[in-house]
Write a protein that binds this ligand. Sequence first.
Ligand code: NAP
Ligand code: ZN
Ligand code: ZN
Length: 358
Amino acid sequence: MQNKNSSHQPSAIPAKGIAVHSASANFEPYNFTRRNPRENDVVIEIKYCGICHSDIHQARSEWFQGFYPMVPGHEIAGVVSQIGSKVSKYKIGDRVGVGCFVDSCRTCANCHNHLDNYCLNGNVLTYNSLEKDGKTPTQGGYSDMIVVDENYVLKIPDNISLEHAAPLLCAGITLYSPLKNWQAGKNKKVGIIGMGGLGHMGLKIAVAMQAEVTIFSHSDRKKDDAIKMGACEFIVSNPENFSKLQGQFDLIINTVSSSEINLSEYFNLLKFDATLVAIGAPEKPYSINPFPLIMMRRKFAGSVIGSIDETQEMLDFCGKHNIVPEIEIINPSYVDKAYERMLKSDVRYRFVIDMAKL
Ligand code: NAP
Ligand code: ZN
Ligand code: ZN
């Protein structure tokens, strides 16, 4: 006899990953469900997921009270394993990525203007957020699969491996977007503060844009790496080293994950009218001295990731220029240790979780 329900799709499909159950907990294996694919959805078998410092901030509720259990991860690279009936951009077997958001309102002015990362009604983040139904928590890439609307999925260039593609989905786009917006390029002097996951991607991308790049780092440990990656100058960020650099920079991007940094010292390094962009999102606020901004009409700005269109543009740019992150591949069971090492700036330069080892 035929099962009455056999013509119906199940309402959810099983997934597994690792999750934290509170702000102070370690990671544990976690079984959960993903939505059954809708007509515009692709199902992605996750192969690799990068670890962004934002994962630490969120897993530990440093920005706001998180949704638990939480499966972090928004640097996702994998392969399409199933598609909905109306999917037109992807087919089974395609190599794809998912970044920091998986939906937006699609109707506001910013969504219309290809600025969906600045959706005026708030986008649906890949994890630690609620789906459009306002009640289902989203879960990220420290897991074996994810279901995403095809309009929020990216195509990975053929010459970039999945493990190297993963960190581009947040670290890559988060630096590409401000570098492009503030016109980093030939004859432009760009400073990058903090050479972590984001900072080292910013260095590689800005060098490919032909800018002259200076790295500011809180020790001299990364100097040789920075020079190898194309930096013109490496400065240990101690104000005594700043006197020769006053008024020189067209753009400075701060990627430091902590607020224990004297930003006002960096304002003085900007040219007249130039901009320092805040990217790092520390738990605690900064205190700044406005005088260096006031006196030379300098600007202090911010920037969040990049739009879906710009993320595809960044991936294609990295494919064209052979830009990939420096990575250390780890097992899912190593994530707690990886977080501790990141907090000591002890990673060269991005941890990437091999999800096949789940
Ligand atoms: P990361 O890999 O941990 O790198 C952060 C770097 O900051 C470190 O490598 C270190 O560089 C420097 N640093 C850390 N603690 C410091 C301290 N106490 N004093 C001075 N320098 C310190 O982190 P990430 O993944 O690149 O993320 C960086 C920040 O960006 C995080 O706050 C993250 O949440 C934020 N973020 C923002 C966006 C956005 O859209 N705006 C997107 C992604 C991430 P050195 O060793 O070179 O000094
Ligand atoms: Zn991130
Ligand atoms: Zn919108």
